[in-house]
Design a protein around this ligand. Structure first.
Ligand code: EPU
Length: 301
């Protein structure tokens, strides 16, 4: 019997995942798992490891580029209600790893809880936001995290305090562990002020970023003390395209794609940008987006 059959009612085989990503491109996942709760997820992860099947969690799909040949492993979605709970006790929120970040940020701002306003306009789930320390100029997700409920690759649950998570610029020490949920500590404030702050952050992004287009947000991390967008812009790359992938004219650190774009269009454009920026400024741009290839994941630095 195939190992995955014990999870047959929550696992699909050779499932298309392009529509679950913001780019809406790329091939199939060998397995697509949507476990009902943490116990089932733990069993699945342990079995996958025993079978040497790599796995990745797909959150909002906003920071992932799936290759045209798909991902030869298991893609896990934390979309069951068990992973999407939000419990509030005063200014402390207990949130599941599969909770959508933007509605969470909007609602807490409306309720006069401050700390997540700067997440306006960032598509992510709580798990992705912890792992990537999502954020921008006005703040990062890690700023409000008190603890994280972790599932280790060998199926153990652990509670990590924020110091252990090692939040840095768009990174953390989550690694191969799965974020089951997090405890967030916010600040009680005037709801009018927090609602306005959320709206103003969102407007700011609408003005400066191609939010309505298909993209994966910023494609590169900012090099220390520099702006990737400004470097790409100064290299004269706005509007440059490979196939149906184009450097946004609004913000040069965004690659926007047309209906018929392929992952290889985006990858060729990434290579072209890195090569031109390095040649012009001597700066090597590091990808912010995860590229999921058939044999595992490469965050091509
Ligand atoms: N700039 C240009 N040309 C461009 C884009 C930007 O000259 O095409 C200049 C801007 O004028 C500004 C500087 O570069 O002087 C920085 O640009 P911006 O203020 O837009 O911020 P950013 O550093 O490019 C970061 C995050 C964004 C986040 C914004 C706002 C990274 C890689 N990007 O962008 O996050 O939304 O701040 O807080 O850290 C993401 O991570 O996916 C993302 C979009």
């Amino acid at each position: 019997m195939s190992w995955w059959k014990e999870f047959a009612d929550t696992v699909q085989v050779d499932a298309p995942i392009a529509r679950m990503t913001w780019f809406r491109i790329g091939g199939c996942a060998r397995f697509l798992a949507s476990p009902r709760d943490a116990a089932e997820l733990a069993r699945f992860v342990v079995r996958a490891r025993e079978e040497d099947v790599p796995y990745r969690v797909l959150g909002a799909g906003a920071n992932v580029l799936v290759s045209d040949d798909g991902f030869d492993g298991a893609v896990i979605r934390l979309e069951a209600p068990a992973f999407r709970r939000v419990d509030r006790k005063g200014r402390v929120l207990q949130v599941g790893g599969g909770v959508d970040l933007m509605p969470l940020a909007k609602r807490s701002s409306q309720e006069g809880l401050s700390g997540l306003e700067c997440m306006a306009g960032i598509p992510a789930t709580v798990g992705g936001a912890v792992k990537m320390n999502a954020g921008g100029r006005l703040g990062e997700f890690g700023d409000v995290v008190r603890t994280v409920d972790i599932l280790t690759p060998d199926g153990q649950r652990q509670l990590w305090k924020r110091e252990r998570i090692g939040f840095g610029y768009r990174r953390s020490l989550v690694g191969d562990n799965i974020v089951l949920g997090a405890t967030l500590e916010l600040v009680e404030d005037d709801p009018v002020r927090t609602t306005k702050a959320f709206a103003s952050c969102f407007d700011d992004k609408m003005q400066s970023q191609p939010i309505a287009d298909r993209s994966a947000g910023c494609i590169f991390k900012n090099p220390p003390g520099q702006s990737a967008g400004a470097l790409i812009d100064q290299a004269g790359l706005k509007g440059v395209s490979c196939g149906s992938a184009r450097v946004s004219a609004r913000h040069a650190n965004f690659i926007v794609t047309g209906e018929d774009a392929s992952a290889s269009d985006v990858l060729r454009l990434i290579d072209l940008i890195r090569e031109r920026v390095e040649r012009r400024f001597g700066t090597v741009l590091e990808l912010e987006v995860d590229v999921w290839r058939p044999q595992g994941v490469r965050n091509a630095a």
